[in-house]
Design a protein around this ligand. Structure first.
Ligand SMILES: [Zn+2]
Length: 136
């Protein structure tokens, strides 16, 4: 099994800033305001570099490529109600990728997973990792 070490921040990063005028990104200062000047274009359009409702998530093509190339797709802690992430399990299933849901309770998309396990992530995830590392 190949485990991809990359993290794709589809909803952005709170510790990063984004210029709403030119799209420049930089490390967020401890305190940030809309009136702060963009270090690239100088305009006062600073905002957190996070995806808000109604905005398109980042890295979607990379995410879909990673899902299609995966041997196993695991969702940990999801309501299964917010798209497009809620459809990742269906994308994986169409690509023939094995799917596993680790969740406190059944989600709205539990029926799309090959296997679901319910319980606290603090218990389910370490147990699952042990299984994976043991080759079970
Ligand atoms: Zn700018």
């Amino acid at each position: 099994m190949v485990i991809c070490p990359a993290v794709l921040h589809m909803h952005g990063e709170l510790m990063r800033a984004l210029c709403g005028a030119c799209g420049a990104r930089w490390d967020a200062p401890a305190e940030m305001a809309v009136a702060d000047a963009c270090p690239s274009c100088g305009k006062a359009a600073t905002r957190p570099d996070v995806v808000w409702f109604g905005e398109y998530p980042y890295h979607m093509e990379e995410i879909w490529d990673a899902i299609r190339a995966a041997e196993l797709f695991v969702a940990i802690g999801t309501s299964g109600q917010v798209y497009p992430a809620a459809a990742f399990v269906q994308d994986a299933g169409r690509a023939g990728v094995e799917t596993l849901e680790l969740n406190l309770e059944r989600s709205d998309v539990s029926h799309d997973f090959d296997e679901t396990r319910q319980g606290p992530a603090t218990e389910l995830v370490p147990a699952w990792v042990e299984e994976v590392l043991a080759g079970r």
